[in-house]
Design a protein. Structure first.
Length: 205
């Protein structure tokens, strides 16, 4: 029996999660720097300046580091996906299709927008933001949310498709660079999780 589960390694899933929050991280870090730029002057490494930096820019620095890790991870992941689909892909014909890119808009307004204007110098705001991130991460890791990513939606599209395998009709979520996928298109897919696939046109487009 075929083993079910998420074929993406934990590091890849973590990178997808972090990059899905890049718009929020960028706005929060930018806002924090603008609000407290007067505290950015160099004052040495004595305890008081260090405490000041941690208070006003500690969380922003951490979010910036997370963003960098996520960006590097997603670049490696997408490169690996493009390489893997060249080795023994499954060729299918799309019988029905639904564009899921609008899910990214919902994701933005549900999980991101409410927190972009938090002051990260206040400990209660920091706790609230990181609690949200942790809870969302736990859900995200094992759901189809893993492909809903506002950042990579600039370059990739998300679709829900139906296709035939023998006499059986199957459903799946795919991520692909093809912006205008249609019914009866012939595509190559490579599994990255349970009913989650990376896809490209059968002619390599």
């Amino acid at each position: 029996m075929k083993k079910r589960g998420n074929r993406l390694k934990a590091g890849a899933r973590f990178s997808l999660f972090i990059t899905s929050y890049l718009p929020m991280f960028f706005i929060m870090v930018f806002r924090q720097v603008c609000l407290y730029r007067d505290h950015l002057s160099w004052a040495g490494l004595t305890p008081d300046p260090v405490k000041c930096f941690v208070k006003y820019f500690g969380a922003a620095t951490f979010l910036s580091a997370l963003s960098l890790v996520g960006i590097i991870g997603i670049i490696v992941l997408l490169k690996n996906m493009r390489r893997r689909i060249k080795n023994n892909p499954i060729e299918i014909v799309v019988s029905d299709i639904e564009n899921k890119n609008s899910e990214s808009i919902s994701y933005l307004f549900t999980y991101i927008i409410p927190f972009v204007f938090q002051d990260l110098s206040l400990i209660d705001n920091v706790v609230a933001v990181f609690t949200l991130l942790f809870v969302t991460f736990c859900i995200y890791m094992h759901s189809s949310l893993i492909l809903i990513n506002p950042t990579i939606s600039f370059w990739y599209s998300l679709y829900g498709i139906e296709y035939g395998e023998g006499e059986v009709t199957k459903k799946a979520m795919i991520i692909t660079k093809q912006k205008y996928l249609e019914e009866n298109d012939q595509i190559h897919i490579k599994e990255i999780g349970h009913k989650l696939y990376y896809a490209q046109m059968a002619d390599g487009g």
